[in-house]
Design a binder for this molecule. Structure first.
Ligand code: NAP
Length: 300
């Protein structure tokens, strides 16, 4: 394989929050060899198709003198639905990353994304990559299986755990809060789950940087700082010009969901910066950037 001609990028899950922002970041960086496949074009439950598409793409990229780099932004992310559909989640989150790693072994690089849900959330200090995973949900178990499937191939791959991802598009907490701001006089939000809200655009830029480096193994990457969902909701209201007092706190016990949410999700990014990668910005400044992109930022 020659890398002289630059990089050929393949994005899976290209229609998702991260997938769309990966496309945006690569476009900003004037990358000219980007293949972006949505679920309709590459369904990660179809092993034969996945292997064939990745193999063909990687070979063609190498033939063009390009270094093949696959950014896997596809995942079964419906955390509650996964409780009743763990087999499908396991295919997408657990098995498919291994197929991608196998097809790329010796020919290209894989950047795979994982989650804070691999931990049980009982810590009170940020989780490091050395901490023992102990998922409490089907989603977390399947994502952990995916990490292990990639590691088992042990080739040119990096797995990046992140948390609390939102974007200017797609279905996410920040957009939900903006909608509720317009629909209800008050919203009630849990104040006993702590994490680091992470703008998909910053994560995408970080993943592209990690892809271009030679780092391998397991890393953590989130925006800096931490808050609760209540704290995040209040900032969404405040930064978009609404009264943050309209956001009221509640507890997880009063807001039961099919899948248990980790009480504490903060990830220690020391390995990320030690690998020479730029720390992602503080969550509050990135939230303002996202709200500016949405045209609703009311503060400077
Ligand atoms: N969102 C978070 O808070 C969060 C937190 C920690 C880690 N992560 C991880 O970050 C990564 C990106 O997540 P995201 O926030 O961008 O999620 P997302 O917006 O739900 O995007 C996931 C994408 O994967 C696609 N997908 C689902 N099943 C698929 C299949 N069988 N084959 C191919 N594609 C499939 C979805 O397609 P459809 O739109 O058609 O369903 C969607 O476009 C994932 O690895 C996720 O586990 C996310």
């Amino acid at each position: 394989m020659s890398a002289d001609g630059g990089t050929a990028w393949l994005i899976t899950g290209a229609g998702g929050q991260l997938g769309r922002d990966l496309r945006a970041v690569l476009a900003e960086q004037a990358e000219d060899d980007v293949t972006a496949l949505r679920r309709a074009e590459l369904d990660l439950t179809d092993q034969a198709h996945v292997r064939s598409v990745v193999r063909t793409w990687a070979r063609a990229a190498a033939d063009r003198g390009r270094r093949p780099v696959l950014l896997n932004a596809a995942a079964y992310t419906a955390v509650d639905a996964a409780e009743d559909d763990e087999d499908t989640a396991l295919l997408v989150n657990g098995a498919a990353p291994g197929w991608l790693a196998e097809e790329l072994a010796g020919v290209g690089r894989l950047v795979h994304v994982s989650t804070d849900y691999v931990f049980d959330g009982t810590s009170t200090v940020p989780y490091t990559t050395a901490d023992r995973p102990a998922p409490r949900t089907a989603y977390g178990r399947t994502k952990l299986a995916g990490e292990r499937a990639v590691a088992a191939v042990g080739d040119d791959a990096v797995v990046v755990r992140t948390a609390w991802v939102y974007a200017a598009h797609g279905s996410n907490f920040v957009r939900t809060m903006l909608r509720l701001r317009d629909e209800r006089p008050e919203v009630t939000v849990v104040d006993d789950q702590t994490g680091s809200p992470t703008w998909a655009r910053d994560l995408a830029a970080g993943l592209v940087e990690a892809a271009a480096s030679d780092v391998r193994g397991l890393l953590h990457a989130t925006n800096g700082g931490a808050t609760t969902w209540f704290g995040l909701a209040r900032r969404v209201f405040e930064y978009s010009g609404a009264d943050p007092e309209r956001v009221r706190p509640t507890t997880s016990a009063d807001f039961r969901r099919p899948a248990e949410r980790p009480a504490y999700s903060v990830l220690d990014g020391a390995g990320w910066t030690a690998a020479g990668l730029d720390a992602l910005p503080d969550w509050e400044s990135s939230l303002r950037c996202c709200l500016r992109e949405l045209g609703v930022l009311a503060v400077s």
